[in-house]
Ligand binder design. Structure first.
Ligand code: HEM
Length: 202
Protein backbone atom coordinates (compact mmCIF):
# COMPACT_ATOMS: atom_id res chain seq x y z
CA UNK A 1 0.00 0.00 0.00
CA UNK A 2 1.34 3.42 -0.93
CA UNK A 3 0.44 6.83 0.48
CA UNK A 4 -1.36 8.96 -2.13
CA UNK A 5 -0.19 12.34 -3.34
CA UNK A 6 -3.17 14.04 -1.70
CA UNK A 7 -2.51 12.19 1.58
CA UNK A 8 1.11 13.30 1.48
CA UNK A 9 0.11 16.91 0.78
CA UNK A 10 -2.31 16.95 3.74
CA UNK A 11 0.33 15.34 5.97
CA UNK A 12 2.95 17.90 4.89
CA UNK A 13 0.68 20.93 5.33
CA UNK A 14 -0.51 19.80 8.78
CA UNK A 15 3.07 19.07 9.85
CA UNK A 16 4.29 22.50 8.72
CA UNK A 17 1.38 24.22 10.47
CA UNK A 18 2.32 22.54 13.77
CA UNK A 19 5.98 23.42 13.15
CA UNK A 20 4.93 27.08 12.70
CA UNK A 21 2.80 27.02 15.87
CA UNK A 22 5.53 25.29 17.91
CA UNK A 23 8.33 27.53 16.64
CA UNK A 24 6.92 30.38 18.72
CA UNK A 25 8.68 28.74 21.70
CA UNK A 26 12.02 29.39 20.06
CA UNK A 27 11.43 33.14 20.50
CA UNK A 28 12.01 32.41 24.24
CA UNK A 29 8.97 34.57 25.05
CA UNK A 30 7.23 32.87 27.98
CA UNK A 31 3.93 34.69 27.32
CA UNK A 32 3.47 32.32 24.34
CA UNK A 33 3.83 29.15 26.49
CA UNK A 34 1.04 26.61 27.08
CA UNK A 35 -0.79 28.58 29.80
CA UNK A 36 -1.48 25.76 32.28
CA UNK A 37 2.21 24.81 32.22
CA UNK A 38 3.90 28.23 32.12
CA UNK A 39 5.47 27.98 35.60
CA UNK A 40 6.66 24.40 34.95
CA UNK A 41 8.17 25.37 31.59
CA UNK A 42 9.96 28.34 33.13
CA UNK A 43 11.65 26.00 35.60
CA UNK A 44 12.43 23.41 32.88
CA UNK A 45 13.54 25.72 30.11
CA UNK A 46 16.58 23.72 29.00
CA UNK A 47 14.87 20.32 28.44
CA UNK A 48 11.85 22.11 26.95
CA UNK A 49 13.91 24.00 24.38
CA UNK A 50 16.03 20.94 23.64
CA UNK A 51 12.83 18.96 23.07
CA UNK A 52 11.17 21.56 20.87
CA UNK A 53 14.30 22.28 18.81
CA UNK A 54 14.77 18.59 17.99
CA UNK A 55 11.07 17.81 17.56
CA UNK A 56 10.37 20.81 15.32
CA UNK A 57 13.32 19.80 13.12
CA UNK A 58 12.03 16.21 12.80
CA UNK A 59 8.47 17.33 12.00
CA UNK A 60 9.66 19.95 9.48
CA UNK A 61 11.89 17.62 7.46
CA UNK A 62 10.13 14.26 7.94
CA UNK A 63 7.30 14.63 5.40
CA UNK A 64 9.73 15.23 2.49
CA UNK A 65 11.22 11.77 2.98
CA UNK A 66 7.99 10.24 1.64
CA UNK A 67 8.65 11.66 -1.83
CA UNK A 68 9.64 8.77 -4.08
CA UNK A 69 10.91 11.26 -6.62
CA UNK A 70 13.34 12.74 -4.11
CA UNK A 71 14.47 9.29 -2.94
CA UNK A 72 15.15 8.11 -6.48
CA UNK A 73 16.50 11.28 -8.10
CA UNK A 74 18.35 12.87 -5.18
CA UNK A 75 19.50 9.97 -2.96
CA UNK A 76 22.19 12.12 -1.29
CA UNK A 77 19.60 14.73 -0.37
CA UNK A 78 17.34 11.94 0.97
CA UNK A 79 20.26 10.75 3.12
CA UNK A 80 21.03 14.29 4.34
CA UNK A 81 17.41 14.93 5.28
CA UNK A 82 17.29 11.48 6.90
CA UNK A 83 20.29 12.23 9.12
CA UNK A 84 18.74 15.59 10.09
CA UNK A 85 15.42 13.85 10.85
CA UNK A 86 17.05 11.19 13.04
CA UNK A 87 19.13 13.77 14.92
CA UNK A 88 15.89 15.71 15.48
CA UNK A 89 14.21 12.56 16.84
CA UNK A 90 17.18 11.81 19.12
CA UNK A 91 17.41 15.33 20.56
CA UNK A 92 13.60 15.76 20.68
CA UNK A 93 13.16 12.31 22.24
CA UNK A 94 15.73 12.90 25.01
CA UNK A 95 14.11 16.28 25.75
CA UNK A 96 10.68 14.62 25.77
CA UNK A 97 11.84 12.00 28.28
CA UNK A 98 12.97 14.83 30.56
CA UNK A 99 9.68 16.70 30.13
CA UNK A 100 7.35 13.69 30.53
CA UNK A 101 7.53 13.55 34.37
CA UNK A 102 6.31 17.15 34.61
CA UNK A 103 3.65 16.93 31.87
CA UNK A 104 0.24 18.47 32.49
CA UNK A 105 -2.35 15.99 33.77
CA UNK A 106 -0.09 14.03 36.14
CA UNK A 107 1.33 10.52 36.08
CA UNK A 108 -1.01 9.00 33.47
CA UNK A 109 -0.27 11.62 30.83
CA UNK A 110 3.41 11.65 31.83
CA UNK A 111 3.58 7.89 31.28
CA UNK A 112 1.81 8.27 27.91
CA UNK A 113 4.40 10.82 26.75
CA UNK A 114 7.29 8.78 28.17
CA UNK A 115 6.14 5.66 26.27
CA UNK A 116 5.77 7.77 23.12
CA UNK A 117 9.31 9.11 23.58
CA UNK A 118 10.73 5.59 24.04
CA UNK A 119 8.82 4.29 20.99
CA UNK A 120 10.05 7.32 19.00
CA UNK A 121 13.70 6.66 19.91
CA UNK A 122 13.37 2.90 19.30
CA UNK A 123 11.72 3.20 15.86
CA UNK A 124 14.26 5.83 14.71
CA UNK A 125 17.14 3.69 15.98
CA UNK A 126 15.75 0.57 14.29
CA UNK A 127 15.35 2.51 11.01
CA UNK A 128 18.97 3.65 11.20
CA UNK A 129 20.23 0.16 12.07
CA UNK A 130 18.29 -1.32 9.13
CA UNK A 131 19.73 1.08 6.55
CA UNK A 132 23.27 0.68 7.91
CA UNK A 133 22.80 -3.08 7.44
CA UNK A 134 21.50 -2.51 3.90
CA UNK A 135 17.99 -3.77 4.75
CA UNK A 136 16.12 -1.15 2.70
CA UNK A 137 12.58 -2.59 3.05
CA UNK A 138 12.99 -2.84 6.84
CA UNK A 139 14.37 0.70 6.91
CA UNK A 140 11.22 1.97 5.13
CA UNK A 141 8.96 0.13 7.54
CA UNK A 142 10.70 1.52 10.64
CA UNK A 143 10.80 5.03 9.25
CA UNK A 144 7.04 4.98 8.47
CA UNK A 145 6.47 3.92 12.09
CA UNK A 146 8.86 6.61 13.33
CA UNK A 147 7.12 9.38 11.38
CA UNK A 148 3.68 8.13 12.50
CA UNK A 149 4.95 8.84 16.04
CA UNK A 150 6.41 12.23 15.09
CA UNK A 151 2.99 13.01 13.62
CA UNK A 152 1.52 12.54 17.14
CA UNK A 153 2.35 16.24 17.60
CA UNK A 154 -0.24 16.95 14.87
CA UNK A 155 -2.89 14.49 16.08
CA UNK A 156 -2.51 15.80 19.65
CA UNK A 157 -3.21 19.36 18.55
CA UNK A 158 -6.14 18.34 16.31
CA UNK A 159 -7.64 16.44 19.24
CA UNK A 160 -7.15 19.41 21.57
CA UNK A 161 -9.00 21.60 19.05
CA UNK A 162 -11.87 19.08 19.06
CA UNK A 163 -11.86 19.08 22.89
CA UNK A 164 -12.10 22.89 22.92
CA UNK A 165 -14.91 22.85 20.33
CA UNK A 166 -16.86 20.21 22.30
CA UNK A 167 -16.12 22.03 25.62
CA UNK A 168 -14.96 18.81 27.27
CA UNK A 169 -13.08 18.81 30.57
CA UNK A 170 -9.56 19.84 29.57
CA UNK A 171 -7.50 17.98 32.19
CA UNK A 172 -9.25 14.63 31.71
CA UNK A 173 -9.20 14.97 27.94
CA UNK A 174 -5.51 15.89 27.95
CA UNK A 175 -4.70 12.76 29.97
CA UNK A 176 -6.55 10.56 27.47
CA UNK A 177 -5.02 12.39 24.49
CA UNK A 178 -1.49 11.81 25.84
CA UNK A 179 -2.13 8.18 24.74
CA UNK A 180 -4.68 8.65 21.99
CA UNK A 181 -2.41 11.00 20.01
CA UNK A 182 0.06 8.21 19.22
CA UNK A 183 -1.23 4.66 19.88
CA UNK A 184 -3.66 4.69 16.89
CA UNK A 185 -0.95 6.29 14.69
CA UNK A 186 1.46 3.49 15.57
CA UNK A 187 -1.13 0.74 15.05
CA UNK A 188 -2.07 2.25 11.69
CA UNK A 189 1.58 2.47 10.65
CA UNK A 190 2.17 -1.17 11.70
CA UNK A 191 -0.86 -2.27 9.71
CA UNK A 192 0.21 -0.13 6.75
CA UNK A 193 3.74 -1.54 6.72
CA UNK A 194 2.57 -5.12 7.31
CA UNK A 195 0.27 -4.87 4.27
CA UNK A 196 3.23 -3.69 2.22
CA UNK A 197 5.28 -6.69 3.37
CA UNK A 198 2.45 -9.09 2.45
CA UNK A 199 1.96 -7.59 -1.00
CA UNK A 200 5.73 -7.49 -1.58
CA UNK A 201 5.95 -11.19 -0.65
CA UNK A 202 3.03 -11.95 -2.96
C1 HEM B 1 6.77 12.30 19.22
C2 HEM B 1 7.31 12.40 20.38
C3 HEM B 1 7.05 13.53 21.33
C4 HEM B 1 6.99 13.42 22.68
C5 HEM B 1 7.14 12.14 23.47
C6 HEM B 1 6.73 14.71 23.20
C7 HEM B 1 6.62 15.01 24.56
C8 HEM B 1 6.34 16.25 25.08
C9 HEM B 1 6.08 16.53 26.46
C10 HEM B 1 6.11 15.51 27.60
C11 HEM B 1 5.82 17.84 26.57
C12 HEM B 1 5.36 18.58 27.84
C13 HEM B 1 3.81 18.44 27.80
C14 HEM B 1 3.10 19.07 28.97
O1 HEM B 1 3.60 20.04 29.54
O2 HEM B 1 1.99 18.61 29.27
C15 HEM B 1 5.89 18.41 25.24
C16 HEM B 1 5.67 19.72 24.96
C17 HEM B 1 5.80 20.26 23.71
N1 HEM B 1 6.12 19.59 22.56
FE1 HEM B 1 6.45 17.63 22.37
N2 HEM B 1 6.64 15.61 22.17
C18 HEM B 1 6.84 14.93 21.00
C19 HEM B 1 6.87 15.44 19.73
C20 HEM B 1 6.77 16.79 19.45
C21 HEM B 1 6.85 17.33 18.13
C22 HEM B 1 7.07 16.55 16.84
C23 HEM B 1 6.69 18.68 18.28
C24 HEM B 1 6.71 19.74 17.22
C25 HEM B 1 6.79 20.20 16.40
C26 HEM B 1 6.53 18.98 19.68
C27 HEM B 1 6.36 20.22 20.22
C28 HEM B 1 6.11 20.50 21.54
C29 HEM B 1 5.77 21.80 22.05
C30 HEM B 1 5.65 23.09 21.26
C31 HEM B 1 5.57 21.65 23.42
C32 HEM B 1 5.19 22.74 24.44
C33 HEM B 1 3.72 22.60 24.79
C34 HEM B 1 2.81 23.10 23.71
O3 HEM B 1 2.70 24.32 23.52
O4 HEM B 1 2.20 22.26 23.04
N3 HEM B 1 6.58 17.80 20.36
N4 HEM B 1 6.22 17.42 24.36
Amino acid sequence: MRITRAGRAVMTVLSLLVVAVSAKYLSFDSSTFFENQRATYLSHRLPLYVHILGAVTALAVGPWQFSRRLRERRPRLHRGIGVTYLLGCLVGGVGALLMAPVAYGGAVSGLGFACLAVAWLVTGGAGLRAILDGRVADHRRWMVRSFALTFAAVTLRLMLLAVAAARLDFRTSYTVIAWLCWVPNLLLACWFTRTRRTSAAA
